[in-house]
Design a protein around this ligand. Sequence first.
Ligand SMILES: [Zn+2]
Length: 191
Amino acid sequence: MPADPQRSVTDKPHRGAGTSAVEVRRSPRRSRTVSAYREGDRTVVLIPARMSEAEERRWVGVMLDKLAAQESRSVLGDRELTERSLRLSEQYFDGRARPSSVRWVTNQNTRWGSCTPSEGSIRLSHRLQGMPEYVVDYVLLHELAHLLVPGHGPGFWRLLEAYPRTERARGYLEGVVAADRLPHLPGDREE
Ligand SMILES: [Zn+2]
């Protein structure tokens, strides 16, 4: 028996849809409400102290599903991604870059984005999902710029200068790469 019955289930790991551990915290001050949030790579579920173990299991499942649903909604779908690209092109490139399709791909682990100018198609690595919007926008603009200018010459970077957060986004991505020890820097067509 644990010494503190209030926290008796705390270190019993649950496994949710994701891979992170779940910590259940019982609060004597809660009577009915259940809530949950992510804390680092764990998920914390707050439940009333008097809840039974069966109820606890049920609620942990409910809350994990709810969090997962919220998080998946925050990821843009392919159509929204295309709309966003068109808006970015309008805003920064006078609408000159006109992608025919923009979509997420999961087979791109060493490049953040890629494009095929002859088709006007752009692909973004799913690894960008969950990163700040300004970073995703930068990668979109980078690929949009390649629809206009191949390679990374001065003309290319001049286009990117229109976006005020280019340097910040590049720094962010370089930090991610360094952290992952990936061999490639943010890339695109054919480095
Ligand atoms: Zn590039």
